[in-house]
Design a protein around this ligand. Sequence first.
Ligand SMILES: Nc1nc2c(ncn2[C@@H]2O[C@H](COP(=O)(O)OP(=O)(O)OP(=O)(O)O)[C@@H](O)[C@H]2O)c(=O)[nH]1
Ligand SMILES: [Mg+2]
Length: 162
Amino acid sequence: MLYMDRSRLKIVIFGAYNAGKSTFIQAIDPKCRHVEANKYDIPTTVGLDFGRTEVNNKKIYLFGTPGQERFEFCREILSRGMDGAIVMADTTRDLDELTARICETLKVSGCPYAVFLNKCDHPDSSPLRYRAVTDSVFSPQISAVNGTNTVESLHEFLELHF
Ligand SMILES: Nc1nc2c(ncn2[C@@H]2O[C@H](COP(=O)(O)OP(=O)(O)OP(=O)(O)O)[C@@H](O)[C@H]2O)c(=O)[nH]1
Ligand SMILES: [Mg+2]
């Protein structure tokens, strides 16, 4: 298998539409690539995001998924062979069905994952909205848009599991 080598890790970023997945990958790797379209003049991921970084001599490949419901097939393809997952949660919105379902699937699968509580810079942010899916899961508060706690949280997640 391509990713059995633990010096290279495939980490997939899941989460609802507009949660900040692409913004997070951009914060980690400013040279990342996106496949997106405009929905009501707002960019939305329709294929994937791809970013790279290196942590403790490990090459980390970040694959961002599309959040729209209709792209389930993309999420399924991108999740093949993943070593770990990060679920991006928009703390300005209540826990949604897609995010709850992704967390449940990851929990059952035994794949190492974390829930990143995003948009904590926003006045409407309330991380407690996600308490149903953060019990005994690493769940740092971040702001992808201004970079707060993004790199540190990724490092901590990797140190916990790899
Ligand atoms: N205030 C605030 N806004 C954010 C943050 N992260 C992302 N955003 C904004 O949220 C919107 C959606 O961000 P994206 O990164 O495109 O979200 P996504 O999860 O990739 O969206 P899809 O690919 O369409 O599912 C953009 O307007 C971002 O600027 C954050 O930490 N704080
Ligand atoms: Mg996106």
